[in-house]
Design a protein around this ligand. Sequence first.
Ligand SMILES: Nc1ncnc2c1ncn2[C@@H]1O[C@H](COP(=O)(O)OP(=O)(O)OP(=O)(O)O)[C@@H](O)[C@H]1O
Ligand SMILES: [Mg+2]
Length: 245
Amino acid sequence: MTLKLQNINKHYKTNHALKNFTYSFNNGIYGLLGPNGAGKSTLINILAGNVIADDDSSILYDNHPIKRHNKEFRSKIGFMPQQQSLYDNFTARHFMLYIAALKGIKSKQAEEETKELLTRVELIETADKNIGSFSGGMKQRVLVAQAMLGQPEILLLDEPTAGLDPRQRVIIRDLIKHYAKDRIVLISTHITSDIETIADEVIMMNKGDIVCSGKVSELCGDSTNGIITLEQLYMQIYNEKDEEK
Ligand SMILES: Nc1ncnc2c1ncn2[C@@H]1O[C@H](COP(=O)(O)OP(=O)(O)OP(=O)(O)O)[C@@H](O)[C@H]1O
Ligand SMILES: [Mg+2]
């Protein structure tokens, strides 16, 4: 599976939020890093079909151009939005089954996957409670779980571990890693350790540009300074950007 993005641009009126974003994704986990407003959610939303890119942008999936997000391409995508927009009056189980129905998943498979995913995110015991009564982290875990329904080939997660306690963060990371075999997974995050532990590649963005990308081990293995952490690399890169202002 290859997802090729070529010259993806997005203007919100005069704000150029994504600038000629060009990158090829193969199976594996890709971490998107960058300060607030860098364009991470814009990119993810374009891929999810929620935001329309400018006209000159091109998306190719296994060399087929994706013009509009038709039903076939949508069915390959699992998406977790950054903003929590859950239905408070649904139970976790009903919410999952509802999303599964929207994705066209048959009811038996939907029930099985719902059970498995809610077990993995440790919500099976509260599966029949209303989402409105959940803590922020519990809601977050329902959102991650729903994105994986139907085992989509492309998984887009916008800050999946934001607001999770350390133990739940590790559980979600392991789930993503387990899931990612033979799939393309894009994760936007502010947590560098999430990327260090599970991502195959990192893409660092700033004001709609890619400022640095590649394998974490290669970017952080500096011949003069020895090995640095991704957080240290982040500080170096974005401090320089600040000084350029
Ligand atoms: N719906 C919108 N209308 C107008 N401008 C928008 C809209 N969505 C995003 N923007 C702008 O596009 C730019 C990129 O925003 P985006 O949400 O993609 O950043 P981000 O990297 O996800 O940031 P964060 O880390 O805060 O989530 C910002 O300048 C933002 O103000
Ligand atoms: Mg965002």
